[in-house]
Design a protein around this ligand. Sequence first.
Ligand SMILES: O=c1[nH]c(=O)c2[nH]c(=O)[nH]c2[nH]1
Length: 307
Amino acid sequence: MASPITVLGQNQYGKAENRVVKITRDGGTHHIKDLNVSVALSGDLDEVHYSGSNAHVLPTDTTKNTVFAFAKEHGIRTAEDFGIALARHFVDSTEPITTARIRIEEYAWDRIATSGGDAPHSFVRNGGEIRTAQITYDSRDGGSLEVLGGLKGLTVLNSTDSEFWGYIKDRYTTLEEDYDRILATEVSAVWRHNWNGEGTPPDWDECYAGVRTLLLRAFAETYSLSLQQTLYEMGSQVIEGRDELDEIRFSMPNKHHFKADLKVFGIENEAADGAVYLAADRPYGLIEATVLRDGAQARIPVDMTNL
Ligand SMILES: O=c1[nH]c(=O)c2[nH]c(=O)[nH]c2[nH]1
């Protein structure tokens, strides 16, 4: 029962973190897709909260089974294609469900190089970087489909061409101005496609590879006066270079590298001579911002890049 003084707010449910690995065999050559898929459904679900009636509830267990069955029956071409098929299925086949949000992380595997060339069915996990996708399908108001692509764990470093000076100095400021520092960060980015489900979808893999290339190139080619400036340049290059995207959001920790203080030992330690740095773990500066195509609406949630 609805209590006299409370009312149900936003709610969603589903099975989180379905770890699905799909092998496709092409003769003796195998291909691997390794995903972590989270399903969140919402719709006409007040009653299960108020009275416990499960009449409108598709069990989370069923959503898990659907993920695995779809991987087998339809295969996984890309995370985006897979997420779109799942989102449409849950909404179109289950009356009370009006919105499905599918979040996917994809882990990359490389073929192991052997004496006979690339191994046909032996793989090594490609360490750091994770590709992400989020698909939201909402059947209300005529139906809408939103596809967010992204990546996280892309760690990059410039060993020069970075300065930081001219900032506010108050009685608590101890930081010295730096005219030649290391700039390092671990990029988390989420970008929004302007495709809404009608007509030909973008080439998801080509887009991902293209964005990644633009991000890396902008990072390497920007002479940086702050990580904020580098971030904005990276976002601008992506929006300028990819017509199918309207918005990109970043979360970029400043992975500080402090010059080791060796003066006590009578040793100079200057960047110009090739310095020794202490790579600090925490705390870290955290620089976050959205870059938009002029006139586009900001729709990527602020905390999306911290998941
Ligand atoms: O690129 C930077 N941006 C900052 O805002 C900042 N603040 C700071 O202490 N170091 C840096 N570096």
